[in-house]
Design a protein around this ligand. Structure first.
Ligand SMILES: [Zn+2]
Length: 70
């Protein structure tokens, strides 16, 4: 039978794991990309001078490229 670890050691492990879980990480499957409002299409109006482009917020890019907003 495996020797039980000390409570202190177990508590230390738990604290380490808990801190890993609580750590602010990007857990989303996509990526948040700051955008200037320009999409990837060179011919789009957003590439014109003085055009504000598309939504001036961070775009949430999903793994599915078909759902990516331009
Ligand atoms: Zn565009």
């Amino acid at each position: 039978m495996k020797t039980p670890q000390s409570l202190a050691s177990l508590d230390q492990q738990r604290t380490g794991i808990a801190s890993q879980i609580a750590a602010p990480g990007d857990l989303r499957s996509g990526s948040v990309t700051p955008t200037t409002g320009r999409c990837g299409r060179p011919n789009c109006h957003c590439h014109q001078l003085n055009d504000p482009g598309h939504v001036p917020i961070s775009a949430y890019l999903r793994p599915n490229p078909g759902e990516r907003a331009h």
